[in-house]
Design a binder for this molecule. Structure first.
Ligand code: TXA
Ligand code: MG
Length: 332
């Protein structure tokens, strides 16, 4: 594996690797993805294998332009078109009818495909130069914390992939919002970097959250979004999620993770009960908090704490995306 700076010659090299069936981790505005040619079933199989990802969990197909959707998805749905025009490129993934040319392994045999046009210029160039559409699951071993820096990818998957294109830290920091367009109103299957409020400003009401039972592993085959397991994004250190840090009952060497010193009743919040307290945004900004979330978890996980106690964010803006990641990282 080689880490590449995103220079023109390096992007051409990494794109050629994808076109030849290789695996290239690349930066997007949300998290790093593990890129492979979506039309090369063997390369897609290697992508699943490198991540240790179960084959029933379908991948997102990334394109560099609307034309790139041509052989991938049927994009005729009017609400989908409106969203593409207003909110692409950006952290929004749309689940649309799949077209026949796309190998079934990409969608785990589903008749729908998740597609996204990322905003990160390095991602866009890499896809464009590869001359194909690119699958991009998050570039982490299955079930572990998502990578928001090249070094996270190197630690998790380093010896299993060909290149990592280093685009620096990801600006959004949580994965894209996944929106199912096969129902009306459309349904948010995974809260993410595009807030529900922003989507609703374009197409009106959406249903927030997958159908009940969708996150039960045993039922995942039948669920509308098979990858939405309850335990995901997990650090090795046990993480406990609480409404407010006041409710934490730390034992041993414990760390705390919360939005800001002022996001709840103050007195007992840090109070010397924790060996370390990380505020995700001192000013209480959810965008800043999301951007630093996975990096903070990677960092705390590497420091040998016995426990991490995390405080829920509010339900506005990027709050649901943050809470979803914290819930999935937590002990149930
Ligand atoms: O921000 C992101 O979306 C990142 C970057 C790299 O683009 N990618 C990402 O991919 O998070 P991944 O594979 O880690 O997550 C894809 C999610 C899974 O929850 C999967 O179940 C869902 O999208 N998904 C994919 N295809 C689907 C489909 N046809 N129907 C329903 N859900 C689908
Ligand atoms: Mg993932």
């Amino acid at each position: 594996m080689e880490i590449l700076e995103p220079t023109e010659p390096n992007l051409r090299r990494a794109a050629a690797c994808i076109a030849e069936g290789g695996l290239v981790a690349f930066p997007t505005e949300t998290v790093y993805g593990l890129g492979a040619d979506a039309f090369d079933a063997r390369a897609v199989a290697r992508d699943f294998e490198a991540k240790g990802r179960p084959s029933f969990d379908p991948l997102i197909v990334h394109v560099a332009s609307l034309e790139g959707l041509g052989r991938v998805a049927d994009a005729s749905n009017p609400k989908a078109r409106a969203l593409m025009e207003s909110l692409w490129p950006g952290p929004l993934t749309l689940v649309l009818p799949k077209l026949a040319d796309l190998p079934g392994i990409v969608t785990s045999g589903l008749e729908t495909v998740a597609v996204r046009l990322p905003a990160h210029p390095v991602a866009r160039k890499l896809i464009e130069y590869s001359g194909t559409a690119v699958v991009g699951p998050s570039a982490n071993p299955f079930g572990r914390l998502s990578p928001t820096r090249a070094e996270h990818v190197a630690q998790g998957l380093g010896d299993r992939i060909d290149y990592i294109v280093d685009g620096g830290p990801c600006s959004v920091g949580v994965e894209s919002t996944v929106l199912a367009m096969f129902c009306d109103p459309p349904r948010i299957l995974r809260p993410g970097g595009m807030p529900a409020e922003t989507i609703e400003a374009v197409i009106g009401p959406v249903v927030r959250g997958p159908e009940a039972g969708a996150d039960e592993p045993g039922e995942s085959r039948a669920a509308p979004s098979p990858g939405l397991l309850k335990n995901h994004y997990a650090p090795r250190t046990p993480l406990y999620l609480v409404e407010s840090l006041d409710q934490a009952e730390p034992r041993g060497r414990a760390a705390a993770l919360a939005l800001s010193p002022s996001s709840g009743p103050d007195a007992a919040r840090s109070g010397g009960r924790f060996d370390r307290v990380v505020w995700l945004s001192p000013t209480g900004d959810l965008v800043e908090a999301a951007a630093g979330l996975f990096a903070a978890l990677h960092d705390l996980d590497g420091q040998g704490f016995d426990e991490i106690w995390a405080e829920r964010a509010s339900d506005r803006g990027l709050g649901p995306a943050i809470n979803d990641r914290l819930y999935k990282a937590s002990k149930k």
